[in-house]
Design a protein around this ligand. Sequence first.
Ligand code: DOR
Ligand code: ZN
Length: 357
Amino acid sequence: MPLQDSYTLPAAADMHVHLRNAPGPIASLATPTIRRAGIDTVFVMPNLAPRPVVSVAEALAYKDALQQLDSSVTYLMSLYLHESITPDVIREAKRAGIAGVKAYPKGATTNSQWGVVSFDPFHDVLKAMEEEGIVLNLHGEVPSSAADGVTVMNAEIRFIPVLKGLVEKYPKLKIVLEHCTSADAVEAVKALGENVVGTITAHHLSLLVDDWSANVHHYCKPSAKSPEDRRALLNAVVTSNGKFFLGTDSAPHDITSKKGKGNTAAGVFTQPYAIGYVLTALEEAITRGDIAEASVTEDALAGFLSGYGRQFYGVAPAARQIRVTRGGARVEESLRGEGVEIVPFRAGETTWGVEWL
Ligand code: DOR
Ligand code: ZN
């Protein structure tokens, strides 16, 4: 059996979560599961519908509503990059403690219909972000286009020149390439300066294209790719040195949006067992030979799951510790709330459990 049976680690930070509208039935189900996973700090995504979070007042009201669902979690809030955002909004956001601005390429994913077609009109906003130290969070995909030969399999790779262009134009801007899924993205982030980092989800450490092509609950954007890509992500986790940290992109959807008549909603719900899933994925990767057992050190785990993300966002180190134990949790078949049902990743399986110390 690879790895120790348990690890004592600092409380985790999940720097990419979707909690949906609050108050609301999905937020009521998903938010209380953050701490169950051993996480005390989250970076909250702004792609709400029917209206994304585009003002400081909206972000603060959203934060308030989340605090009412669980006041023991630190919520780092974000705005949705949108034409209504001005440099003054950025300065106001900085004063209000908002951590980042998320850019969704229009049409690339869930609720990206208000997203960005070109970064050119946002020049003054990006300059203000660079000056104020507000993070630019990138959904790093170009929209699929048969005419341009773009599909979900190369949408991230095609985005890399856009990332490089932004870095060239705004060299001091803090940038997160969210949910990296490809070896090319990992290499691109590694090659850029220390103000450019990447998040990696728990599910992309396990899944391949074949998994989501067979199971709607494994479908997300960016989609899982090849064994080589997965291996690059796993190696990025254990050799991160601050360049990569956890951002689960946990994305709860009611089962009817996954299995209804329309297109399947993109998103894998990993929140309640996020840390357990990472350990399970590392264990499986060792067995496959994708990573060396010796590379999974306590320091590497503590950095990827907790320290590096906090450091990047200027959040204090975790005050509490957790213990993760092999086989300590069994994932339920689904979570049910007021009129909603959410199927978690690895439903019915066993993963590592988490205790608060
Ligand atoms: O799979 C995804 N789901 N990717 C995203 O970028 C958005 C997210 C969501 O909001 O459901
Ligand atoms: Zn996301």
